[in-house]
Design a protein around this ligand. Sequence first.
Ligand SMILES: N[C@@H](CCC(=O)N[C@@H](CSC=O)C(=O)NCC(=O)O)C(=O)O
Length: 283
Amino acid sequence: MSETLTVVSSHKSFGGWLKRYRHKSSTLGCDMTFAIYLPPKTARGEQVPALYWLSGLSCTDENFSQKAGAQRLAAELGIALVIPDTSPRGKDVPGDPDGAWDFGHGAGFYLNATREPWSRHYRMHDYVVHELPALVEKTFPVNGKRGISGHSMGGHGALVCALRNPGRYLSVSAFAPISNPMNCPWGEKAFSRYLGPDRATWREWDACALIAGATEKLPLLVDQGDADDFLASQLLPEALERAAAAAGHPLTLRRQPGYDHGYYFVSSFIDDHLRHHAQALLG
Ligand SMILES: N[C@@H](CCC(=O)N[C@@H](CSC=O)C(=O)NCC(=O)O)C(=O)O
């Protein structure tokens, strides 16, 4: 566990504070930046639950805090937002050999890679599930109640973190998740490199495969725009619907007419997701 946090920036927002920090991650073997939004309650000495947000391909911690508009309601509800980066970074961290945005830097897929040269640094699952919460919970006024959400690659990451770690999260939701990465081009590219060619090992990191064996039936809230350019080729929400139905796993999948993949879509429904999490985290 790294101990030193360096403040990158600090902005007052809706009576609370959005702060960005840099720290050395022992899990990832590189410096990482994350953001935390602390609602006004925390300045009055109260501890609050935390919603972890996992962003999508090509993002940093800043896409969500700048575009989703989550701070207003998080301030009102009294929920902290914790926003990690989407991959390990730095000159020593290998990226996509061709410089593509769907693999490597900005595209860690929230899994623990098992193949060289990726396995040294690409351990985003352990970072977001273990190292970052431990750091956050010992540093900031949060009470250990956790929810998790995300978008696209990060929406799938949120589902996987919850499904793999029963008891660790009280709530989960996703926006336009890459629902079944084993069976779409983005997922096949990433999994074949991070995990190698044996598709049996991919099942440990695929939400549709994990749902079948889930011991905890945490209700899943998923929003999906029906004008999303990636819907049919990459996102495959119907695979999630089938897997949830087969396993008897509670899933609310809302198809939102006319919405595309971007943050105009996320910001339109973020309040519903915050209220979904608030029910479990504050109830
Ligand atoms: N940078 C790429 C576009 C990549 C893209 O659309 N990324 C999405 C997530 S896709 C699945 O994980 C995203 O969230 N983008 C950030 C944003 O702020 O919209 C390109 O330039 O084409």
